[in-house]
Design a protein around this ligand. Structure first.
Ligand SMILES: Cc1ncc(C[n+]2csc(CCOP(=O)(O)OP(=O)(O)O)c2C)c(N)n1
Length: 388
């Protein structure tokens, strides 16, 4: 009996055929050493072209995300947030991708893309605001570095992303030959979401209309408690190939692999080469959300094996081998701590929205029915005497 079967009583899918295909692209091994090989020949020149400051930035963005992520979980435990969605373990996949993008690219996240947001320059409190329930949405991507609203309905954002990418193609805003202007779209989704019909539909349209788009699949091995083996009998990146979308599997805990493959694929998509898919093999170290208990469906041994492949430690080893000092790592840790403290202070200071604000943008013009509903709601809230 496997550990998963023992923990859940669910039998794993039987007779999964052996998987063939190239190994996942990896440029950095868990000890932080550059890996040689065919992928390296193609991709390492992109890494060699990065200056020290950019490499430091990769580390900083991962550490800041982790620190704010821990703070988010603490805030939830203290009753300050309704929910938190931990990202620990997935920092490298996301940070590498962000640094491979251009400011004009649009991101359509799911709900665990905190590192994408933070590395892109989103104020963490804007994300926390949603999880504290003090906003009814109304997110303007143009005011948020082209980072669209978090999406909880699994896979639906891949359709939004593909529609947006089709718009870019129809407007002639990609493939112009000017990389400074050409735009692309990134659609984020997970291994569980890959079972949603929406994702297949999005890939059909993307392939048919050759959208300037990157499907970024973070395979963190679980859809809440369901292991990836139950979602697919083949590696997930084969799905993309089946739709005619060139697809690559990467070691998602290697920030350099994520950067280089994303850079290659986004450049190709922006230049008019059609959609691409990346499957980043990674692991959600924490719970699915703060409402979940992963010890019910994962073994300690499995968890330990992934903790040993921690993406931040791996990159820190690499930076140290290049001569980065203790002082640098201490400085980043302190900066991350300060930012997390600031996020905590500002979260607790967030005010409740005014009663009735949810009625404001239902119609562009005044509407008697809405006025009636607003008045009823205000009266209802008032009946609690300020205790609601
Ligand atoms: C359409 C839909 N069905 C079911 C759910 C409930 N649900 C929320 S998260 C989740 C698992 C998603 O797993 P995955 O796509 O691998 O993303 P991860 O949470 O691992 O990042 C499910 C089934 C939902 N939010 N939307």
């Amino acid at each position: 009996m496997s550990s998963h079967e023992e923990a859940t009583g669910v039998r794993p899918v039987a007779d999964v055929p052996p998987v063939h295909g190239p190994p996942a692209v990896r440029l950095l091994d868990p000890d932080g050493r550059i890996v040689d090989g065919p992928a390296a020949d193609e991709l390492l020149p992109m890494i060699d072209a990065l200056d020290d400051e950019t490499l430091r930035r990769f580390h900083r963005d991962m550490v800041v995300t982790r620190c704010i992520d821990d703070e988010g979980a603490n805030l939830q435990r203290q009753g300050q947030l309704a929910l938190w969605i931990p990202i620990r373990g997935q920092e490298a996949a996301q940070v590498g991708l962000v640094h491979a993008s251009r400011p004009q690219d649009h991101f359509f996240p799911s709900y665990r893309e905190h590192a994408v947001g933070f590395a892109r320059g989103i104020d963490p409190v804007d994300i926390i605001r949603m999880l504290r329930g003090v906003t009814h949405g109304g997110w303007d991507p143009a005011a948020h570095q082209n980072f669209h609203l978090y999406t909880v309905v699994l896979g639906s954002q891949t359709l939004h992303a593909t529609g947006y990418a089709m718009g870019i193609a129809f407007d002639g805003a990609s493939g112009t030959g000017d990389p400074g202007r050409d735009e692309a779209v990134v659609a984020f989704f997970g291994d569980g979401a890959s079972s949603q019909g929406d994702v297949s539909e999005a890939m059909v349209f993307a392939a048919s209309f050759q959208t300037p788009e990157l499907f970024f699949l973070q395979n963190n091995h679980y859809a809440i408690s369901v292991p990836v083996e139950r979602q697919s009998r083949t590696p997930l990146y084969w799905r993309g190939e089946g739709f005619g979308i060139p697809s690559t599997q990467i070691d998602g805990n290697d920030v350099l692999a994520s950067y280089a493959v994303s850079r290659r694929d986004l450049d190709a998509a922006r230049a008019g080469g059609g959609p691409r898919l990346i499957e980043a093999l990674t692991y959600r170290i924490g719970a699915h959300t703060t409402s979940d208990d992963p010890t019910k469906y994962r073994s300690q041994a499995e968890l330990d094996s992934w903790v040993a492949r921690d993406p931040i430690l791996r990159f820190e080893r690499y930076l140290r081998s290049r001569g980065e000092s203790d002082a640098f790592f201490a400085e980043v840790d302190e900066e991350a701590r300060d930012l997390a403290d600031d996020v905590r202070r500002r979260t607790i200071a967030l005010e409740k929205p005014e009663i009735g604000v949810m009625f404001d943008h239902v119609y562009s013009e005044p509407h008697p029915r809405i006025d009636e509903q607003r008045a009823w709601f205000q009266q209802y809230e008032a009946s609690f005497g300020g205790r609601s």
